[in-house]
Design a protein around this ligand. Structure first.
Ligand code: COA
Length: 165
């Protein structure tokens, strides 16, 4: 099987139409739509979304946000990291390595990654080399964060300040 090609998605009406097939269609997409309608974002500008096409159909996607070191409460030493969201492969296209290809792409930036594992996806994240963090009710607030550590980076130890609101 050829290695699936990961592409950075453009913000335009075609991409937004493709997004409607994904379960995790929500506020982010709606605000992109509003921005497009109001011409605040330039049509065809780059988005935080990456995806894989099968022919001309978008079949897998994720979003990646760069988080500044000053907000880092997951890693030691504190540093810029990536937040991975909305990883989703359309049901008919699962188990072909597309999920892995997107995660590998995110890792290729060489920065630590944090994601929020949805129910029953923990096993997938473990296979991807991620690990669950020690839960902090104040920081994590009902999320189930999993992290990936590049060499030389550790999980941040819980500190008292992390437990303050
Ligand atoms: N639970 C446990 N393991 C899973 C899994 C799941 N739901 N889905 C796939 N795997 C395993 C595969 O068996 C494979 O392991 P193997 O290489 O040992 O056979 C490995 O994970 C990679 O599979 P891959 O084909 O790359 O994954 P995929 O393209 O099917 O995508 C998901 C996996 C989880 C992204 C996809 O099932 C999905 O979109 N699910 C719904 C949304 C979701 O749960 N997203 C998770 C992030 S919040």
């Amino acid at each position: 099987m050829d290695k699936p090609e990961v592409k950075r998605l453009l913000i335009n009406y075609k991409t937004l139409e493709e997004f409607q097939k994904f379960k995790e269609y929500g506020l982010e997409e709606l605000s992109m739509l509003e921005d497009l309608q109001a011409n605040i974002i330039e049509d065809d500008s780059n988005s935080p979304f990456y995806g894989i096409y099968y022919g001309d159909k978008l079949v897998a996607r994720m979003s990646l946000y760069q988080i500044n070191a000053k907000y880092d409460r997951y890693f030691d030493p504190p540093q810029d990291y990536l937040e991975l969201w909305k990883l989703e492969v359309l049901p008919d296209y699962r188990h072909r390595g597309y999920g892995t290809a997107l995660v590998e792409y995110a890792k290729s930036f060489g920065q630590p990654i944090k994601t929020n594992a949805r129910q029953q996806s923990g096993e997938f994240w473990l296979k991807m080399g991620f690990k669950p963090v020690k839960y902090n009710p104040v920081r994590d607030r009902g999320e189930s964060p999993y992290i990936w550590l590049p060499e030389g980076v550790k999980e941040r130890e819980l500190k008292e300040e992390d437990l303050e609101l």
